[in-house]
Structure formats: C-alpha cells, structure tokens
Design a protein around this ligand. Structure first.
Ligand code: BT5
Length: 321
C-alpha cells in the first residue's frame, strides 16, 4: 500500500522528503501522496509538512516499524524471525496461520493495530493503533501439553521484568495472566496451543500491553491503566519489546534446561501481586476465598482457604479482594 511505502521512506530518511521525490519514487500523483499522508496522520503518526522541504516524520522514537524491530533484535539469537504489521485481526491468529504454512522457529508478530484482539474465553481485547504493544510468539516447545500453562507464568515473569527494566515502574504479576501496576491491569497474556496426539505441535504466546494509551473504553476504565498514565510520560515501545524477549529467552532456557518451574519460583513469588493477599477463587464447583501464599513448582497458585485447608489452584479466575 502506498501509505506503508511512504511511511518506510520517511522513516528511512529521518528528515524531510520532498513531495516531488515521493511522487517520482512511487510513480504516483501529488494528490495520492497527500492522501496517503492524511491516512498516516489518522493512524496517529505526526507528520510535519513544510513548503519547499516536504514531509517529515516526528517523534520517531515512539513509532513501531520493521526497521525498529530489526535494530532491536539484531544482536540476539532467540527469535529467528520477526514481522511487523500495520494492522491485523489478531497477532495470535497471525501465528496460527504462519504455523500452518511452515515449520518456523521462534517467530514474533507485532502489530500496530488489532481489529479483533482477543482475551481469554473469547473476550475482547482493546487494541487501538499508536499506543500499545500487541504481539504474539510462535514457539514449538518440547513439553507435555499439560505443562504448557507454565509458559504463561514464564511469560508473565518476562513481561513484568521487561516493563520494570524499560520504565522503572513497579509492575507486578496477577496470577496467572495479568500484569498490573498499582493494582490496575497494564498487560494481559493469552497462551493457546495446538496439539497433535499427546504432543505439542506449537504454542502461541500473545501479549497485549497498554503503553501510551491515554483513555480506555468505558467498560474497562476502572480496571485498566497504561505505562504512560502511571509514569506521567510517554514511553518508547521498541525498548520494552526488546527487554521482554531478552528476559523471556533467559527464563525459557532455564525452564527448559531444568524441566521445572522451580528455578523461577523465587523470582515469580517476589513479583506476585496477589501474595499474602485475600483472593476469591471462582472455581466452577463453587467460589471460595482464602489467602494466596505462593506458587507451586507446577505453576499453581497456593491458596490457604478460610477453613485452613491448602488448595493448589490450577486454572480459573482469581480476583483480589
Ligand atoms: C487477557 O485476557 O488478558 C489476554 C489479553 C491478550 C491480548 C493479546 S494482544 C496480542 C495477542 N493477540 C490477541 O488477539 N490477543 C493477544 P483476559 O484475562 O480474558 O482479559 C480480558 C478482559 O480484559 C476483557 O474482558 C476486558 O475486561 C479487559 N480488557 C480488554 N482490553 C483491555 C486492555 N487493553 N487493557 C486492560 N484490560 C483490557
């Protein structure tokens, strides 16, 4: 699409590009260039236009692009492939399509906007352009399917440490798949898998993070927050993405080498927002309350129930009272 070509040209130039040069390069009219620039502005890009000089992209450190990912991942060897998309339905679906099409090694999809972002159990995930990180990893771990849920915990560790490293905010984990700052949700994780007999064919690890979001849809206003709201200034997204996958690679290596969550348990418990807090467990067999006291080596939440019995919660919903 012309607007994507123009965006790339402006990013590469890092300075003014004359309208005439863009017309000649892409064999289009001035009006076509002007319309493409207007569409980019609608998507949230700040593009300055000056007579006799042309167009210039501003605030490039806040932009996501293939070029910024290429730079961020040049020196690592965990991800084998990374793909930036201006818009997609859902990066988790992007991974599933890629997995069906080829036997890729760890591949990451990052989108500027999702039109059908999803949470667990088919819930909606708000993913507007220009302000968030919406990304999914295709992984083929050598794990038994029943152990795959531990990858959500490994991911939560990586997201929390990545956010802490890149912003200094005191992010914490709300077991099993939320990352919170001061009790409000900044990130959610959706892990899905495809199995073949009793073997994992592939796993999709989807991560959504509100980075520079200024306001939320009414239904989530009271529970959601963004890194920008919490730190009082905008954050660049690429360094956060890079920090998360750096931590993920290290944690995943440890998890795979030992075949157990034991090596990560201590760090996880340090970051666990629910620890020593009263929680309500929405068990399908009946709700109960208790105190979350830690995590098991299988990644279950240990809850000391009000009747003093100890339960290891495998899945289900937990809310902090
Ligand atoms: C999650 O589900 O928290 C998992 C979210 C995973 C999103 C990523 S983005 C990249 C990848 N591609 C996808 O399509 N998905 C993944 P859950 O625990 O079910 O939480 C969903 C609930 O969070 C919704 O019902 C809302 O109440 C709330 N919510 C929706 N959008 C939100 C947002 N942007 N920030 C905070 N809360 C939100």
């Amino acid at each position: 699409m012309l607007k994507d070509d123009i965006l790339k040209a402006l990013l590469e130039a890092g300075d003014y590009c004359s309208g005439q040069a863009l017309c000649e390069r892409f064999h289009v009219t001035r009006t076509a260039v002007w319309k493409a620039v207007a569409r980019l502005r609608d998507e949230g890009y700040t593009i300055e236009a000056r007579q006799n000089r042309g167009y210039r992209l501003q605030n490039t450190e806040y932009l996501l692009s293939q070029a910024s990912l290429d730079e961020a991942f040049a020196a690592q060897n965990f991800l084998k492939r990374w793909v930036f998309l201006q818009q997609t339905d859902s990066t988790n679906l992007e991974v599933k399509r890629a997995a069906a099409a080829g036997d890729w090694g760890p591949t990451l999809f990052v989108a500027e906007e999702q039109t059908a972002g999803r949470g667990r159990r088919g819930r909606n995930w708000s993913s507007p352009p220009g302000s968030g990180i919406w990304m999914s990893l295709l992984l083929r771990p050598k794990l038994r399917p029943e152990r795959a849920s531990v990858l959500t915990l490994v991911t939560a560790l990586a997201v929390t440490d990545g956010i802490r490293e890149a912003t200094g905010l005191e992010a914490a984990i709300k077991w099993p798949n939320d990352v919170v700052v001061k009790g409000k949700k900044v990130a959610g994780i959706l892990t899905e898998m495809s199995t073949d007999m009793d073997r994992i064919e592939f796993v999709v690890i989807g991560i959504g993070i509100n980075v520079n979001t200024e306001s939320f849809p009414e239904e989530i206003q009271s529970v959601a927050t963004s890194l920008a709201i919490e730190q009082g200034k905008r954050a660049a997204r690429t360094p956060i993405i890079a920090a998360i996958w750096k931590h993920f690679a290290a944690y995943e290596r440890l998890f795979e080498a030992t075949g157990s969550f034991a090596a990560l348990k201590e760090r996880y418990e340090t970051l666990l927002a629910n620890r020593n807090r009263e929680v309500r467990v929405l068990d399908p067999d009946g709700e109960y309350t208790g105190t979350a006291i830690g995590i098991t080596e299988e990644g279950e939440l240990l809850v000391l129930r009000d009747d003093q019995s100890l339960t290891a919660v495998r899945s289900g919903e937990v809310s902090v009272r």
